[in-house]
Ligand binder design. Structure first.
Ligand code: CAA
Length: 262
């Protein structure tokens, strides 16, 4: 792969978008490589992913403006679909994905971070949907996910005005969960990923599915029915039996073993 690196340390995989000449902007090739790297993740071994950008300036500076500049209507729609398909794969990826946003997260960069389960960022991070300043709408899910994450009023203000916001404002409006000095960002993402990876993997995956699918349900009754099914499924796992037996065992000297993912 030319623009993506993938490293696995224990149960945590880190995907890095690495196209420094264009501040890690997403052209078709980057999207194809992202799609392929997700397909290559060993879901038996890896329990949490981190997505970040190479360098200390930019996470992802958007979709590639050069590539988009000559698209026809049909090609524009196809390019939007190409991004949306990869971002949907990321959003519904079986294990959690943490976006470690290390700088500019504009347009497609903000959009890819919003397809992740959790966003944390560096103090120099800048978020925004500048598309209307380029004569287009957000095209990789920005009109949908931003409104769901920060509410329609704030999303509309950001998208219509094309105003970028800094890390502290992103934190205030709930677009990110935490802000770190740049050198502490990846260690913080790794610490969070390790904490997630320690828990029962089937249960963690079930939580992701229940939250994502429940948010798309048409009523609370339908949403909690999704939860009930996933909750029930846990009782067929060794991890549930072990986790509860460990709690109920009053021997305080016993050391908790890693969950088996079974
Ligand atoms: N596409 C293509 N190339 C990009 C790019 C992008 N989105 N963002 C930056 N680059 C390139 C620049 O053209 C420049 O290349 P050259 O060195 O060959 O000239 C290089 O990256 C460095 O960028 P700058 O010189 O502009 O760096 P800067 O520090 O002065 O500014 C910036 C940084 C504010 C992020 C600025 O680059 C910028 O505004 N980039 C575009 C941001 C943007 O509008 N993103 C949204 C794209 S539209 C979109 O994403 C649609 C969608 O929803 C699918």
């Amino acid at each position: 792969m030319e623009f993506i690196t993938y490293e696995v340390t224990g149960p945590v995989g880190t995907i890095t978008i690495n196209r420094p000449k264009a501040l890690n902007a997403l052209n078709s090739q980057v999207l194809e490589e992202l799609d392929a790297v997700l397909d290559s993740v060993d879901l038996d071994a890896v329990r949490c992913l981190i997505l970040t950008g190479a360098g200390e300036k930019s996470f992802v500076a958007g979709a590639d403006i050069g590539e988009m500049s000559t698209l026809s209507k049909a090609e524009g729609e196809a390019f939007g679909k190409k991004g949306n398909d990869v971002f949907l794969k990321l959003e519904s990826f079986p294990i959690p994905v943490i976006a470690a946003v290390n700088g500019f997260a504009l347009g497609g960069g903000c959009e890819i971070s919003m397809s992740c389960d959790i966003r944390i960022c560096s103090e120099n991070a800048v978020f925004g949907q500048p598309e209307v300043g380029l004569g287009i709408t957000p095209g990789f899910g920005g009109t949908q996910r931003l409104a769901r994450l920060v509410g329609p009023g704030m999303a509309k203000q950001m998208i219509y005005s094309a105003r970028n916001i800094k890390a502290d404002e992103a934190l205030r409006i709930g677009l990110v969960n935490a802000v770190y000095p740049i050198e502490e960002l990846l260690p913080a993402a790794q610490k969070l990923a390790a904490a997630i990876a320690k828990n029962a993997p089937i249960a963690v995956r079930g939580c992701k599915k229940a939250i994502n699918e429940g948010l798309e349900a048409s009523s609370m009754a339908e949403a909690v029915a999704i939860e009930e099914k996933i909750f029930g499924d846990c009782f067929e796992t060794e991890d549930q039996r072990y986790g509860m037996a460990f709690f109920l065992d009053k021997n305080k000297d016993k050391v908790k073993e890693p969950f088996k993912n079974k």
